[in-house]
Write a protein that binds this ligand. Sequence first.
Ligand SMILES: Cc1ncc(COP(=O)(O)O)c(C=O)c1O
Length: 429
Amino acid sequence: MYENTLEFARRLDGDDPLSACRDLFSIPNTADGSPWIYLCGNSLGLQPKSARNAINSVLDDWAEKGVEGYFSGSQPWVDFADRLKPSLAGLVGADPLEVTLMNTLTVNLNLLLVSFYRPTQERFKIIIEEHTFPSDQYAIRQQIAFHGFDPSDALVVLTARDGEESLRHEDILETIEREGTSTALVMMGGLNYYTGQLFDMSTITEKAHEQGCVVGFDLAHAVGNVPLSLHEWNPDFAVWCHYKYVNGGPAAPGGAFVHSRHARSFDLPRFSGWWGHNRDTRFKWVDDFEPEQGAAGWQMTNAPVLSTAAVKASLDIFDEVGMEAIRAKSEKLTGYLRYLLSEIGGGFEIMTPDSAQEHGAQLSLRVGSENGRGVFDFLKANNVICDWRNPNCIRASPAPLYNSFEDVYRFAGIFTRALQKKQGSGTAV
Ligand SMILES: Cc1ncc(COP(=O)(O)O)c(C=O)c1O
């Protein structure tokens, strides 16, 4: 179905209903003025051209109105972030009540662990997956210790079978069943940052709930990458960032989901601040904290309007294009990448599962630990931006909104040469 030629890649681009979206983004150029082959949306998504105007319009309001900008003008800052909720809810498959834009990911994870990790002597464990992102590990381990437990007893790590890269779904369920009665929380990446494996969040949640566990997901690598139905899948909470596939800009404000069944759980312990207070009395300066309903009740601090404006510019694109069309192209684009890589033959392995249900845009490529870094340096010297994860993993992620099939074709050619060069020195050829 695919062909390993430039003409074929260009034909796919010609038939691509999303090809015009590339023009909505600034594609960085190399020193000679040609565009990078940018396959790094798993790390930092590219800038929507509309972000500049979105930020400038906030700057203009600030210049012209000063503090009055909070309550006047076409986009008052007091509820600027709240107005993004319908788009955000659409992106993660939730009700607007269930989502909020706030802080950044690790902060949100810690805040929600305060409410949703409530260990007892009998039930204190947290199930995580192998290759949990280090920041999550630090947060989770510290929370365990904060409650007086020992992370080495309390952490249950799901691991792949010997000789395998990704987790087997049946093994995940089996572990939840085995450890369930002593487990307080199942806390997984919806799509693992390292292997690129997408998990069946619905079934995992169902199994964990059967065992009486709370369920949370880190969706940093899933949001804007794959369609999500959080309300229906039913986890208790989720957190994510907007700077990867959502293209909201470096350190853009993050997102959080709290299922509607907790919307009025005002007795849950939580850390609080004025922005999470009931909006009707927020400015009446009462001393007692009264949480806002829904995810908004976990906000602490007023949202950073300038950086939220960039997220809004990006969410407008998602609203316009739709996650279904984005995913349809993504499957084709990453499918083409996988096909081209399969034509190479050897010298590396694809760690990411084969089945489209088990991955998003990213393919993780295990290159030899000895010359792997040389392969990566060679890619970079030849105008390819992807990323490197120790000890031997190159992550390549064609993002359907701005990557072309030609990008993927060119990447595969340069990767082939990098492998052939074995001791890749990073010299451009
Ligand atoms: C899976 C995952 N979790 C957590 C983080 C940390 O994000 P932040 O610095 O926004 O807290 C990242 C950052 O890339 C990530 O990929």
